[in-house]
Write a protein that binds this ligand. Structure first.
Ligand code: NI
Length: 219
């Protein structure tokens, strides 16, 4: 699932300029033991800049109706920033099913997300590949969401550098299939309301949507 312009291209450019001056740490600090053996990239360490980026990205997500409908977020792991220079990559791995948050609570990683910050023409390679799918390389500010249990990798960067924010979502609806059905229903109701205006049938469909969400959500 791709969501265009979660942040604007201009905001992404401003972030890139700020990140150019940052210090970076080895990306393996946040990887599990299998992932650490295949991870070769750098990560923005905790600090004022990282915190500001987190606040900005989280606020943008809260304003993004497509993201809210597709992910049905209960909790979002604060976004981290990574950087792949020439020769850096991240081999096949799965993300840990549960992550520890700074406040000591745990988050189940139902969805993985990458928010691209570099423009695709500014680097070669650096494609995200989920399972056997095609390489994903989106415009700066665009987001891709995929089930965290899927095997994925980032191919080696061969020119330029790739900056991205990544995070995980614990969804109200744990099942990928149920979440996908709710998203399709929500989008169809939205289209019907735009075409037909408010009427009794669309209201009934909305009631069905909310009853299903109530049945299937876990808080
Ligand atoms: Ni991953």
């Amino acid at each position: 699932m791709r969501i265009a312009q979660v942040i604007s291209a201009a905001d992404a450019a401003t972030l890139r300029a700020e990140l150019a001056a940052a210090d970076w740490q080895d990306g393996r600090v946040s990887a599990g033991s299998q992932a650490a053996t295949v991870k070769r990239n750098r990560q923005l360490p905790a600090g004022p800049l990282a915190q500001r980026v987190q606040t900005q990205v989280l606020a943008a997500l809260e304003r993004q109706p497509l993201f809210l409908s597709a992910a049905l977020p209960l909790r979002i792991f604060p976004p981290h920033i990574n950087r792949y220079g020439v020769g850096e990559h991240y081999g096949d791995h799965v993300d840990s099913a549960v992550r520890l948050l700074a406040n000591g609570t745990r988050l189940r990683t139902d969805l993985s997300a990458t928010l691209f910050l570099s423009e695709p023409e500014d680097y070669d390679g650096g494609e995200l590949i989920v399972e056997q799918g095609n390489g994903i390389k989106l415009a700066a500010g665009d987001l891709v969401l995929y089930p965290a249990t899927q095997v994925h990798r980032v191919t080696p960067v061969t020119r330029g550098e790739r900056l991205a924010a990544f995070f995980w979502v614990q969804s109200l609806v744990r099942s990928n299939e149920q979440r996908r059905l709710l998203f399709e229903l929500d989008m169809s109701i939205l289209a019907l309301r735009q075409r037909l205006g408010e009427d009794e049938e669309t209201l009934r469909l909305m009631a069905v949507y909310h009853q299903l969400l109530q049945q299937w959500s876990q808080t």
